[in-house]
Design a binder for this molecule. Structure first.
Ligand code: PRP
Ligand code: URA
Length: 206
């Protein structure tokens, strides 16, 4: 299921990421801010449990989060989203999946995976700014399921229709969150208009 998040602040900040004149430092800062803004919607359905706290004035029946949250940034570019969300959910543990697309075949190649042991009980959020062909996100979700994850949300910033369709086909149980659904992929697998190569812009490698 696709959730397309619409908010003037998100659109404004995404325009900064899209702008090719935006320098690395501002790109990094803005991606983190966008992830933080998206956190509000991606956590909307988290289960809560009743608790009682003592305020300075008296007793208060209230609620707290009932499930662990695990964030799983897909390296490299997903790293740029992790702090924006973990700043708001300080109890979230963080796993990592290292993956890159073969430049010719666009096939995702996995080079690293490490997860906390509460994966099966947790709400797991896969973080990657770009959902292009969907190959990387789909493989990341498969790896998480093979490691016991049961509740998985995919949080991307910009998506292409091809990537959304792939996730809906491969993983119909996964909720997809996007700040923008762009037009298409070009012939070398980049999102049009997109924002270019997220990893390179985030880490200054080009
Ligand atoms: C980018 C991006 C995604 C992937 C999306 O990573 O961060 O992980 O491409 O493409 P897909 O949907 O077609 O699989 P990249 O392979 O460039 O690796 P990097 O982050 O290390 O640069
Ligand atoms: N990966 C990126 O970083 N950008 C795209 O447009 C597609 C895949």
């Amino acid at each position: 299921m696709l959730h397309l998040l619409k908010h003037p602040l998100l659109t404004h900040k995404l325009a900064i990421l899209r702008n090719k004149a935006t320098p690395m430092r501002e790109f990094r800062h803005t991606l983190k801010e966008i992830a933080g803004l998206m956190a509000y919607e991606i956590t909307r359905d988290l289960p809560v449990r009743k608790i009682t706290v003592e305020t300075p004035i008296g007793s208060c029946e209230t609620e707290e989060l009932a499930k662990d949250v695990v964030l799983v940034p897909v390296l490299r570019a997903g790293l740029g989203m992790a702090d924006g969300i973990s700043n708001l959910i300080s109890s979230a543990r963080i796993g990592h999946i290292g993956m890159y697309r073969d430049h010719v075949t666009l096939t995702p190649m996995t080079y690293y995976a490490k997860f906390p042991d509460n994966l099966p009980q947790a709400v797991v959020m896969v973080l990657d700014p770009m959902l292009a062909t969907g190959g990387s996100s789909s493989d990341a979700i498969t790896i998480l399921k093979n490691n016991g994850a049961t509740i998985i949300k995919l949080v991307c910033v910009v998506g292409a229709p091809e990537g959304v369709s792939k996730i809906e086909n491969d993983h119909p149980d996964v909720q997809i969150y996007l700040a923008a659904l762009d037009e298409k992929l070009n012939d070398i697998g980049y999102i049009v208009p997109g924002l270019g190569d997220a990893g390179d812009r985030l880490f200054g490698t080009k």
